[in-house]
Ligand binder design. Structure first.
Ligand SMILES: Cc1cc2nc3c(=O)[nH]c(=O)nc-3n(C[C@H](O)[C@H](O)[C@H](O)COP(=O)(O)O)c2cc1C
Length: 322
């Protein structure tokens, strides 16, 4: 059995967190992960407040186990955050800027605070402000990320914030990645892309198929999206989105000057695709770990697979030392 400080702190069996990924998470996905012994997360960002209310209620009804509610700090919906405080989940997680004063509010209702960072300095600030758990997110990650790779970032963050538990995020999709993270000193992992390609994931079939079939090198960090509409982490944490190369992204990545002068044509292309239900043909967000993912699985099977593979690797590790 894998067991780390994260398991004791949060009250979970398996040190695997399904990342809060805005509206690309659902009560069914989060509950499946929590019921399998990991920590499921529901993303609050971009979720209309009434939907968030219903989804938090559904998640609470679907699991007796701990779960996390996730917020994006620079674009916080204060009413949604109040809802989170009322729900008082085991963990309130934050990303894309330091949660600062919000951490105290979460602590006041008895929740633990998890802060995602992309540099050592951000981790130190978060811990000064009271974060209980740090997610060190490497540049391989899907979604908005920084520039330092997971392998370099995690041990530095572990050293900087010890004894605060650190989760590794970015580029992890199997038990080898989990084992490596633990060897780097992490107390667990936070996975996004792997859980997007799960049966319970609410994203569409084009998105899931892209994760199952596209090589790691086709998932790239795209600067032009910040020219188009700066992501909420662009100013503070300096993040860029990692997504699949498509005809749309290839075309506009070459035409950043045009977008800076006038973003309307690219935004119109996106709006038209959204109206026609074809947005996934233009923009598919995910990380380099997609290259490791070949099968659509129930989320509980993913948690079990990650655990059993990591256990077996770590059990055999002593044979490497002669
Ligand atoms: C589609 C997508 C949306 C995301 N949205 C959020 C978010 O709203 N809040 C957050 O804390 N992290 C978000 N993330 C980042 C994840 O928390 C996590 O760090 C990342 O997915 C880990 O890398 P991986 O995709 O290689 O597993 C998102 C990731 C993806 C792929």
């Amino acid at each position: 059995m894998l067991h780390t400080a994260l398991c004791d702190l949060v009250g979970i069996d398996v040190p695997v967190v399904q990342a809060g990924m805005s509206i690309f998470t659902s009560p069914a996905l989060a509950a499946a992960v929590s019921n399998a012994g990991g920590l499921g997360s529901l993303g609050a960002w971009q979720r209309p407040v009434e939907q968030l209310r219903r989804d938090v209620a559904e998640l609470s009804d679907s699991t007796e186990q701990p779960f996390a509610l996730n917020h994006v700090v620079p674009d916080l919906d204060y009413i949604g955050f109040e809802l989170t405080l009322e729900a008082a989940p085991a963990v309130v997680s934050f990303a894309l800027d330091d949660a600062g004063e919000l951490m105290k509010k979460a602590h006041d209702v008895g929740s633990l605070v998890m802060q995602q960072v992309t540099t050592v300095q951000q981790a130190e600030v978060a811990v000064d402000h009271g974060a209980d758990i740090i997610v060190a997110q490497g540049a391989e990650a899907g979604g908005y990320g920084g520039s330092v790779a997971t392998l370099a970032l995690v041990p530095q963050v572990v050293d900087a914030v010890r004894p605060v538990p650190v989760l590794a995020a970015g580029g992890i999709a199997d038990g080898r990645g989990v084992a490596a993270a633990l060897v780097l000193g992490a107390a667990g992992v936070n996975l996004g892309t792997r859980f997007l390609a799960s049966e319970e994931s609410p994203v569409g079939h084009i998105w899931k198929r892209a994760i199952l079939t596209s090589a790691s090198e086709t998932w790239v960090q795209l600067d032009f999206f910040n020219d188009l509409r700066p992501n909420p982490g662009a100013l503070g944490y300096g993040t860029r989105v990692r997504a699949l190369r498509t005809a749309f992204t290839d075309a506009w990545q070459q035409r950043r000057d045009e977008i800076s002068a006038d973003p309307t044509p690219a935004l119109t292309e996106l709006a038209t695709a959204a109206t026609e239900g074809k947005l996934e043909e233009l923009v598919v967000v995910g990380g380099q770990s997609a290259g490791l993912i070949g099968e659509l699985l129930p989320a509980a099977d993913i948690v079990r697979m990650l655990e059993s593979e990591a256990e077996s690797i770590l059990s055999n590790a002593p044979t490497l030392v002669v």
